[in-house]
Design a protein around this ligand. Sequence first.
Ligand SMILES: Nc1ncnc2c1ncn2[C@@H]1O[C@H](COP(=O)(O)OP(=O)(O)OP(=O)(O)O)[C@@H](O)[C@H]1O
Ligand SMILES: [Mg+2]
Length: 253
Amino acid sequence: MQPNAPTLLEVRAVSKGYDGRTVLERVTFAIGRGEIVSLVGPSGCGKSTLLRAIAGLDRDFDGEILLDGVPQRGPSARVGVIFQEPRLLPWLNVGHNVAFSARPQRGTDPRVAELLGEVGLAGLEKTLPKQLSGGMAQRVALARGLFPRPDLLLLDEPFSAVDAITRTRLQDLLLSLTRAHGTAALLVTHDLDEALYLSDRVLLLAPSGRNGAGCLARDVEIAAPRPRDRRDASLARVRDELLSGIGAALPAA
Ligand SMILES: Nc1ncnc2c1ncn2[C@@H]1O[C@H](COP(=O)(O)OP(=O)(O)OP(=O)(O)O)[C@@H](O)[C@H]1O
Ligand SMILES: [Mg+2]
């Protein structure tokens, strides 16, 4: 964890199985307030499963998940979730989608216009989701995720469905939004360069537990100063370290 950042999230010895098969084994880590942490690891090692448990969407696991020291027992307005696809409600306009969590006054809250301005979509309150590009829709999803003023955003491969240029713009947007709102983020990504560019720390989940269950294999701090240069040599060194960590944890191809 970053020095001086008070602890926000604690994941303590979380294990999870499906149909008698363990897919996560005693995963333990903490995230400080405002910290940006990426979670990387090979497909199937339990990243989305872990995110669902932290989001309170799945309560059937062993171990403990605490927010500010309080065990979490289900979904909370303090934890926002953003998925790979924007999941906007097609029959609601952009404004109502952003304010969805604030029913019944949704859409009229002045924070809707404020957040839409912050994500570069000022004035699009009345637009319907079908009129948006994929990148615009994901911006709306970011605004919706921030609307309840969460302390923690959980993002599961949030930019993997957009083109490379839109992706770098959305990465910068995520950085500026989390900094402006003091929101911590836990981001699942398959893109190591994205993890290195965005994160204060990178967690590597690897299938090194019993029968390939996901275990925390590395917890690497990224000390490179911000704003970061994506070609920074120190990032390339951490990239090599993570790749060798992934290689060591995988069975030979
Ligand atoms: N609802 C479910 N029922 C049974 N098994 C499941 C279920 N959801 C996930 N699994 C299994 O749990 C393991 C971890 O899945 P998970 O989706 O968390 O992996 P992941 O790391 O997010 O993978 P990817 O990078 O491909 O998204 C996989 O073996 C998967 O088949
Ligand atoms: Mg996944």
